[in-house]
Design a protein around this ligand. Sequence first.
Ligand code: PMP
Length: 303
Amino acid sequence: MEKTSKIWMDGEFVDWNDAKVHVLAHGLNYGTGVFEGIRVYETSKGPAVFRLKEHVKRLVDGCKVMCFDIPYTEEQIREAIKETIRVNKKVDYIKPCVFLCGEAVGLNPINVPVKFTITSVYLGSYLGKDAAEKGASLMTSSWFRPWNLAAPAGAKVNGIYVTSCLAKRDAVMNGFDEAVMLNAQGNVAECSGENIFIYKRGKLYTSTTADSILEGITRNSIIELARDLGYDVIESELSRIDMYTADEVFMTGTAAEVNIVTSIDRRLVGDGKPGKVGTELASKFADIVRGKDPKYEKWLDRV
Ligand code: PMP
């Protein structure tokens, strides 16, 4: 990751090194925050944000879940994100975050002041060049995806990400690229920061929102794209066995984009090489986000 120069904080730009909060900030101590991860791509018509409206809507929805009052409309937030891209030079990833910044000891979040920040960075390839080009290895995590009864799993709430961090750590320490988490029922939920798709017997499958996943914007884009290309896409419960015996597996996420999986728990997916369907979808997606497919221009917001 490469830093940029300015961070948007409550309507003003501050220098990267001055974007500070107190050590007693509620959000730091208890994870009371909501964030987003958004990609911006270079296109022939200048930088474009991928599915900005949907990302801002999910952020605002998350704030609603957490009962955070924010004094901005979705349009103002979209404009602030674009302005953050304009004032910083090399940007490919934007991370807005709304969190309780007030200095409070005690869990009660009521009346604790909220801060809204927009950070932009240059991230590059999230899972690394090798995993992106040759396919990633997954490890089934012993940490379960926090389920809908225990946490707002469908919102990008900061505190929930502790589980993803633990799962990711275990996977990397064991020599894998990424962790896949099961849910309380033992179904495949998703990876630490990506949704998961399998291709089996000529159909594409992905876990349902009832399986305690974050409803990914890349996931939804790939569902629409795959259906447009004539694939059957089914949202359904998936078992670990479904995953092991799939012909193809791939992950989708803003940071990871469409990343093919070539092994899970040391078992090869198919023949262990990137498959036809995942490769086609990854390549179409790469064109779409760079403005090379007029049909999906609707997903791009010019900066
Ligand atoms: N699941 C989790 C837990 C995530 O953090 C992310 C990244 N936001 C995703 C799935 C993928 O979502 P999206 O495609 O909207 O980035």
